[in-house]
Design a protein around this ligand. Structure first.
Ligand code: ADP
Ligand code: MG
Ligand code: ZN
Length: 483
C-alpha cells in the first residue's frame, strides 16, 4: 500500500454566497459590483456614529429559498450577533452575522462525482451576514486604500459537514451548489469576482481512524480548479508532516496559485476571540410559516427534480439528464429545442446538444449563451432528420453552416441543395450501377461476407454526395443482394 492510500482525506467547506439583491442588507445603497471606489456607500456603509441598520426583506426571502432548496430546516425566530474584529475594510469594527441560531440548519445536497456514486453531503448550517469592504494595495507605494462599496453586501454563508473525501468530490459539490444558487437566482456564482467564495477545511487521518485529524483552513480560492489544486497540495503536505513524525497545526493558510502551494496566513481564531454578543440595533426577525410556504410555492423546479423529470418525460439516461440539468440555461435550451422538434425526438435532441453543440462550444472555449446556434434552430434540424428530409450525416454539414451564422436549417438545406433523395427510382439507378461494377464483391457477400453491405452503402452514398436516404439504400441493397 502506498503512503498516500494509508490516509483518508476529510474536507468541509464554508461558502460565502453574495445574495443578488438590488440593495444592500442594512441600507438602501445599490448592491453592485465594479463601480468606482466608494461611490456606492452611505453613512450606514461607512459606520458613522448613530446610524441604524434596517434589514432588507429580500435577503430573508433569498436565504429561505436557498435553505429550502438545500432541504434544510428554516428557523422562524432569527437573531443577529456582532462578531468583533478590527480590520481597515470593516469601519464598524464588527461584522453583523448570525452565531448560535442560523436561519438554515440540517440540510443536504446530493452530488454526482465523475466516475463515482451519488453521495449525500450534509449542510450543517447557513447564516446571513454582512460583507466587508476591500483594501486596495495595487498601484500605490507606501500606502493602502480602502473601497467600501462592498460593505453591506448581503452574504449567506453555507457550511458543510466534513463529508467530502477528495478534491474530485469537492469540485462536484461546488459545481452543484453553484448551479443551484444560480438556478434559484439568489447568487450569480461568479468566483473570480468573489460573489461565490469558498474556504476549504482540509485534514487527513489514517484509514480506519474515526476521529477527525487536525485541519487547516485554506483561503484565497478563486476558482473550482484552484480549490481542487489546493486540496491536493494540502493533503500531500499534511501526510508528509505526519510521516515525518511532526504535527499538523490548526491554522489558516493562503493558496498561492502562482507558486502552486499554500502558506501560513495566521493561527486559527476561536469563537471566543470574536466576543460575539447579540446585535442590539436589530430586533429579532420572526418568519411566519405562511411566508416560508409562499416562498416554497414560488420556487423554480429544482435541478434534482428536473433530473428525474428529464429521465422520465424524455426517456434520457441519467448521464445525459445530468449534463442537461447542470444549469438552468442548459435545461432551458434543451427544452426549447425539444419544443421546436417533437417530444418523441427528445433523445436525438439531447444527443445534438450534448455531443455536437457542447463539443463545438468546448473546442471554441465558448459558453452556451454565446452559441451562434439557437435552440429553436437546433430543434428544427433534428426534426428534419426525423422527417427524412436530410440524413444525420448531412445534418452535421448543415450544423456547420448554422454555426457559421447561416441561421435557419430549412433555408440552408434549400439553398445548398442538400435535400435527401428518397426517390426509389433515382436511388435504384445508383444501386444497380454500383452492383454492376463489383461482381466480385457480390459473390463474396453471398458466400457469407455480409459486412460488405457497408462497402456498398458507402459507395452509393459517395456517388450521391451523402444525400441518399440511408433507409431506402439499405432496403434496396438487401433486396437485390439477398433476394
Ligand atoms: P470555524 O467556524 O471555526 O471555521 P467550524 O467548526 O464551524 O469552524 O467548521 C468549519 C468547517 O470545517 C465545516 O465545514 C466543517 O465541516 C469543517 N471541519 C471541521 N473539522 C474538520 C476537520 N477535522 N477536517 C476537515 N474539515 C473539518
Ligand atoms: Mg471557518
Ligand atoms: Zn449604504
Amino acid at each position: 500500500m502506498s503512503t498516500e492510500s494509508r490516509y483518508e482525506t476529510v474536507i468541509g467547506l464554508e461558502i460565502h454566497t453574495q445574495l443578488a439583491t438590488r440593495s444592500k442588507i442594512f441600507c438602501g445603497c445599490p448592491n453592485r459590483f465594479g463601480s468606482p471606489p466608494n461611490t456606492q456607500i452611505c453613512p450606514v456603509c461607512a459606520a458613522f456614529p448613530g446610524v441604524l441598520p434596517v434589514i432588507n426583506k429580500a435577503v430573508l426571502d433569498m436565504a429561505i429559498m436557498t435553505g429550502l432548496a438545500l432541504q434544510g430546516e428554516i428557523r422562524t425566530l432569527n437573531e443577529f450577533s456582532r462578531k468583533n474584529y478590527f480590520y481597515p475594510d470593516l469601519p464598524a469594527g464588527y461584522q453583523i452575522s448570525q452565531f448560535e441560531l442560523p436561519i438554515v440548519e440540517h440540510g443536504f445536497l446530493m452530488i454526482e462525482p465523475e466516475g463515482g456514486a451519488r453521495k449525500r453531503i450534509g449542510i450543517t448550517r447557513a447564516h446571513m451576514e454582512v460583507d466587508a469592504g476591500k483594501n486596495l494595495h495595487e498601484g500605490i507605494v507606501g500606502a493602502s486604500w480602502v473601497d467600501l462599496n462592498r460593505t453591506g453586501t448581503p452574504l449567506l454563508e453555507i457550511v458543510t459537514e466534513p463529508d467530502l473525501r477528495s478534491a474530485a468530490e469537492t469540485g462536484a459539490f461546488l459545481k452543484k451548489l453553484r448551479g443551484l444558487v444560480r438556478h434559484l437566482g439568489v447568487c450569480d456564482g461568479n468566483m473570480e469576482e468573489g460573489s461565490f467564495r469558498c474556504d476549504a477545511n482540509v485534514s487527513v487521518r489514517r484509514r480506519g481512524e474515526t476521529r477527525l485529524g487536525t485541519r487547516a483552513e485554506i483561503k484565497n480560492l478563486n476558482s473550482i480548479r484552484n480549490v481542487m489544486r489546493a486540496i491536493d497540495y494540502e493533503v500531500e503536505r499534511q501526510i508528509d508532516l505526519i510521516e515525518a513524525g511532526e504535527k499538523v497545526i490548526q491554522e489558516t493558510r493562503l493558496w498561492d496559485a502562482n507558486q502552486n502551494h499554500t502558506r501560513t496566513m495566521r493561527g486559527k481564531e476561536e469563537a471566543h476571540d470574536y466576543r460575539y454578543f447579540p446585535e442590539p440595533d436589530l430586533p429579532p426577525v420572526v418568519l411566519t410559516v405562511e411566508r416560508i410556504e409562499a416562498i416554497r410555492k414560488r420556487m423554480p423546479e429544482l435541478p434534482d427534480e428536473k433530473l428525474i423529470r428529464f429521465q422520465k418525460d424524455y426517456g434520457l439516461g441519467e448521464y445525459d439528464a445530468g449534463v442537461l440539468t447542470a444549469d438552468r440555461e442548459m435545461a432551458d435550451y434543451f427544452e426549447a429545442a425539444v419544443m421546436a422538434a417533437r417530444p418523441a425526438e427528445a433523445k436525438s435532441v439531447a444527443n445534438w446538444v450534448t455531443v455536437e453543440l457542447l463539443g463545438r462550444l468546448n473546442r471554441e472555449g465558448m459558453e452556451l449563451g454565446q452559441s451562434p446556434v439557437v435552440a429553436e434552430a437546433l430543434g428544427k434540424l433534428t426534426r428534419m432528420i426525423h422527417e427524412g428530409i436530410i440524413s444525420g450525416k448531412i445534418a452535421k454539414t448543415v450544423f456547420g453552416h448554422m454555426w457559421d451564422g447561416a441561421g435557419d436549417p430549412a433555408r440552408i438545406v434549400e439553398e445548398k441543395g442538400l435535400v435527401q433523395v428518397s426517390d426509389q427510382g433515382a436511388i435504384e439507378a445508383e444501386v444497380d450501377r454500383i452492383l454492376a461494377a463489383h461482381p466480385d464483391k457480390i459473390a463474396q457477400y453471398r458466400s457469407g461476407k455480409v459486412q460488405l453491405l457497408g462497402f456498398f452503402v458507402g459507395e452509393i452514398m459517395k456517388a450521391m454526395r451523402g444525400k441518399a436516404n440511408p433507409g431506402v439504400v439499405n432496403g434496396l441493397l438487401k433486396s437485390k443482394l439477398d433476394g
